[in-house]
Design a protein around this ligand. Structure first.
Ligand code: PGA
Length: 335
């Protein structure tokens, strides 16, 4: 069954569907205040309907997946459980750069030697994607850093998945913690966006990760699993072929405080186990899980050796062409 298309009038803005209770972001925004004054009735109707459609799809496909998997055995072996897929490194350029600096970065990337067997995805700011796509040579691919939850229309400032598809942009990063915390994107919203992008033919790097407070409270896996569940609730088993999971502990993003290889490996192994128990053994064995959070040219080789780390999502260091090439080549250390 086709995914329900967002009626133009149904959604006023992303904030209006935020399910979180009144929440103060690090920028001082209060998601409840943002919602105040917005008419939510039709939005609520849309999401109720979407959830019901997705639930029915999931229920039917889960039943057939269970039957298909009945006789297959699978071990989530933390010693060697990583995906069979290619090591994949993403460069999240965030809201950085100018035409001049970005052209320089493209030139450095093009002249750097990629010697490892690695898939590389660069995500420039939206306004520069076209330029970057025309400058970067293979193996570099491009991604958008976000897209809208449904079909385009009267959504000022947004970009639809159809537009990404039309512009030959193969990937989109969704659910980055900066969008979750600064723009009020909920787990559920990220799940719906993921489904819509995939149905439109755009592949997704889906970000998950816990805050420092959540880690210190011992809730790391609980938080990551809830974020994954919201995606799993929306997508089919087949959709996972076109999803990369990026585990990015919020406390390690842009802080210079990288997770130890062991900390990252533990969460990656937990995520893979969760996938095997809640999606399927087949998906768990092949889904690629990137680590993100202060990855740099100095720590990438050691992290890459961990069996469940299948790549990186790199922020700050991806703006330094030479460092990024080095990070991409750390794929040679992957086990
Ligand atoms: P960082 O960012 O490498 O600067 O920590 C990673 C990310 O946010 O994707």
């Amino acid at each position: 069954m086709a995914f329900v298309v967002v009626p133009t009038s149904a959604i006023t803005c992303a904030y209006s569907i935020s399910r979180s209770s009144s929440r103060q972001s690090s920028q001082g925004y209060d998601s409840k205040t943002m919602r105040k004054g917005l008419s939510n009735t039709r939005t609520e109707q849309f999401f109720t309907q979407s959830r019901r459609t997705i639930y029915n799809n999931k229920y039917n496909s889960k039943r057939s997946a269970t039957n298909n998997n009945k006789n297959k055995s699978f071990y989530v072996n933390a010693a060697k459980a990583s995906s069979g897929g290619k090591f994949v490194v993403g460069g999240n350029w965030k809201c950085n750069g100018s035409i001049e600096s970005i052209e320089k970065l493209c030139a450095t990337l093009n002249s750097g030697k990629i010697t490892a067997d690695v898939e590389i995805i660069c995500a420039p700011p939206m306004v520069y994607i076209d330029r970057v796509q025309s400058k970067l040579k293979p193996p570099y691919q491009v991604a958008a850093q976000n897209c809208w939850v449904g079909k385009g229309g009267a959504f000022t400032g947004e970009v639809s998945a159809e537009m990404l598809k039309d512009a030959n942009i193969p990937w989109v990063i969704l659910g980055h913690s900066e969008r979750r915390s600064l723009c009020g994107e909920t787990n559920e919203f990220v799940g719906l966006k993921t489904k819509y992008a995939l149905d439109t033919g755009v592949k997704v790097v889906a970000c998950i990760g816990e805050s420092l407070a959540q880690r210190e409270a011992g809730n790391t896996l609980k938080v990551c699993f809830a974020q994954l569940q919201a995606i799993a609730d929306c997508v089919s088993e087949k959709d996972w072929d076109n999803i990369i999971i990026a585990y990015e502990p919020v406390w390690a993003i842009g802080t210079g405080k990288v997770a130890t290889p062991e900390q990252a490996q533990d969460v990656h192994a937990g995520v893979r186990k969760w996938m095997s128990e809640n999606v399927s053994a087949a998906v768990a064995s092949k889904v690629r899980i990137q680590y993100g959070g202060s990855v740099n040219a100095g720590n990438c080789d050691e992290l890459a050796q961990k069996p469940d780390i299948d790549g990186f999502l790199v922020g700050g260091a991806s703006l330094d062409g030479d460092a990024f090439v080095k990070i991409c080549n750390s794929a040679a250390h992957s086990k």
